[in-house]
Design a protein around this ligand. Sequence first.
Ligand SMILES: Nc1nc2c(c(=O)[nH]1)N[C@H]1C(S)=C(S)[C@@H](COP(=O)(O)OP(=O)(O)OC[C@H]3O[C@@H](n4cnc5c(=O)[nH]c(N)nc54)[C@H](O)[C@@H]3O)O[C@H]1N2
Ligand SMILES: Nc1nc2c(c(=O)[nH]1)N[C@H]1C(S)=C(S)[C@@H](COP(=O)(O)OP(=O)(O)OC[C@H]3O[C@@H](n4cnc5c(=O)[nH]c(N)nc54)[C@H](O)[C@@H]3O)O[C@H]1N2
Ligand SMILES: [Mo]
Length: 780
Amino acid sequence: MAKQKPREKSRVRIAPYDGPVGGWGSLKGVTEIMWREAVPLSDWPSLLKQNKSDGFACVSCSYGRPDEPGLFEICENGAKATAWEITDKRCGPDFFAEHTVAELESWSDLELEEQGRLTEPMRWDADSDKYVPCSWDEAFEGIASELRALEPEETVFYTSGRASLEASYMYQLLARLYGNNNLPDSSNMCHESTSVALPQTIGQAVGTVKIEDFKHTECVMFFGQNVGVNSPRMLHQLEAVRKRDVPILSFNPLFERGLERFTNPASPIKMLTGAETQISTQYHQLKPGGDLATLVGMTKTLFAMDQEAKAEGRERILDTDFIEKHTHGFDEFTAAMDQFLWRDIESASGLTRADIEAAAKVYGQADAVIACYGMGLTQHRSGVLAIQMLSNLLLLCGNIGKPGAGIFPVRGHSNVQGQRTVGITEKPKLAPLDKFAEQFGFEPPREKGRDTVEACQGVRDGSVKAFVSLGGNFIRAIPETEIMERAWRDMKLTVQIITKLNRGAIVHGKTAYLLPCLGRIELDRQKSGIQFVTVEDTTGRYHASYGYSEPASEHLLSEPAIVAGMAKALLPENPKVDWDGWVADYAKVRDAIATSYPEIFHDFNTRIKENPKGFDRPLPAREREWETPTGKANFISPRSLSEDPDLPATRLGVLTLITLRSNDQFNTTVYGLDDRLRGIDGTRMVLLMNEADMEEWELNEGDEIDLHGAAADNVPRVVRGLRVVKYNIPQGACGGYYPECNPLLPLWHHAKGSNVPAAKSIPVRIVKREGESDSLPLIA
Ligand SMILES: Nc1nc2c(c(=O)[nH]1)N[C@H]1C(S)=C(S)[C@@H](COP(=O)(O)OP(=O)(O)OC[C@H]3O[C@@H](n4cnc5c(=O)[nH]c(N)nc54)[C@H](O)[C@@H]3O)O[C@H]1N2
Ligand SMILES: Nc1nc2c(c(=O)[nH]1)N[C@H]1C(S)=C(S)[C@@H](COP(=O)(O)OP(=O)(O)OC[C@H]3O[C@@H](n4cnc5c(=O)[nH]c(N)nc54)[C@H](O)[C@@H]3O)O[C@H]1N2
Ligand SMILES: [Mo]
């Protein structure tokens, strides 16, 4: 029985939220989800184990752990992610016996995942259109026989950024032994712009900041990263930074509550007195994609300030010694900056010259500056360039490679950075293929594999015929939902290694398997005993993660065991790859990782045991060693302020859509329909609009509209039935939730150089709905 209008609560409320991030609202959020997921009371104290050296690495974000973690080294959203995984709800064969897949088509993401943890491997049965239980061996054999019938390049092995170093390493080896480098991961939709931009500028693909740097910094900047929702543990460091009266500058088209105010829920006094910390000392509401122009404007201001200081015989603003000794391309960069006019900077950034100068002054006067950034920079057509421009700004004042300073890409998933480190990459030059060849006695494929966008293109043109997902909900996360869903069903094989039912199970290939796995919080018992796994956080530190809760079902296998099961069924025996031995004892996988990557992982097992707080990867740029072709840190000069070339020639009636995460979701996992911090309760089908634009379009709050894609290719793309909400967002921009708005994002609209879908700048047009609305009234 198809459900009616599954996406709204019976009561929908839109009203501005006055509270801070954290505080009682946050504690209430935690308790609500613990009840909703029916987490037994005995498991509640487990929250205290989160992000402790003897506990588990939070399955939510990738932010690092301080050396002395607080009693509650958790946050509202980390607690939600934990509750989501250790839930008492189960989705077993009885559920699947009751529902055909066609029937589940109309279920929302929330309703699918609300069924709870999957308990047994399942195979899709074409005759009944139902998932039916199968044994693990049947699943592995079935998958292997499909894959054997294909050419290796016709299969894609996708990973979502949560899988451990051990599982990821085994998985990339499986793909390469099978014969391809088709190893895209969620990073391709996320911080790939970072991984492309930073090696060219500072010679490493990851950031340079450690948590201790927050103790020494004199200024923190945020470009397009929503700390209060997506990496809330960082608020503890920001609170301490503000206590020292250090300025924080935020650049964001939306006023995000977490960048404005915070009440520490771990501080009893603050909770009782309601004391809030003001986070940002300056908040610049730029246009979507306006960062590049803003950074150019700040740079011009610094040049002017420096000239003035020089003329007056004061200490220079630019770090001329650093520029001279450590950088390349400064003269060309200076000339490029001279080309840009303030008039154009103001119009491309949406900020006034005075605003930009005010930000530059604070930056220029601080001796050590940290620049944090997230999807607001990476998910644009010019994302790579914007990151390079941020790096330029830091280099000007020597803000890389000294205490309290650095560039800080705040990555998403808890091990997304680590997966790339251990070989999950479609770019052969980033994997030690010669080493693999020697270690495992085979000739690894040398051709470039497919990234996320290229994998999607392959599914569309039929050249990709099988898709194996280690985690994630790929079909919901990618652009162009409708077109991609149609193409997806033509594939020969889809395999989902997941923990909960999601859309990727419903939209499937001709043969389809669901392989349910253990989560990281669960006890992983293997032949040699209980195993732990390891992850790399966004500061480049490796931690062990120990599960503690009983598995959701006795039939679950760990991710390493599933990868090994597929590999053994598919690949010829290889005496140098001991899949069984690896599964029996993950320490042996870590030994293999150490052999492949000795500089980073030498003595891996010893070091992880001896350092309960983790150990660090080498970060050459932190030591001012530049592993670039010039041997220096490079200034990279932008040639334009990025007019997005994908926008249609005639912009009449076109708005730029930013796709957003709510406070009640982890990526495509929707915990609930509320977004407390933005004052939206009970629905996600909204379009946030500027008041002046609403007048222009003659719209009132609560009106229902259809949103159409307005990209230059004129392909019809539409999301129907969004309700207009008046919001403080720049004129010309509008906001909607991800993944609901993904049908509007063209596959080809992605960052140049990194192929990250430009999800923060989608051209759209509004079409008003005539007649009666079938929605519930808004209660303001
Ligand atoms: N609770 C929770 N935590 C998460 C996740 C989650 O979904 N929920 N997801 C995880 C993952 S995989 C990731 S990648 C990270 C994502 O975390 P973030 O990097 O914070 O990503 P978003 O929330 O998509 O958007 C970030 C901010 O960019 C702003 N923005 C949009 N366009 C622009 C622009 O042009 N310029 C600027 N300066 N700002 C802009 C938006 O208003 C928003 O505040 O979080 C991780 N952590
Ligand atoms: N429009 C728009 N699109 C976007 C974005 C955006 O900002 N806007 N953001 C992009 C970004 S940054 C990202 S990272 C992607 C991510 O998007 P997703 O693919 O949604 O990422 P996940 O959170 O990894 O996927 C959730 C699924 O992982 C499975 N899962 C959970 N825990 C585990 C586990 O321990 N093991 C395994 N094997 N499976 C598990 C569950 O079944 C769950 O359904 O979306 C991208 N898409
Ligand atoms: Mo991400």
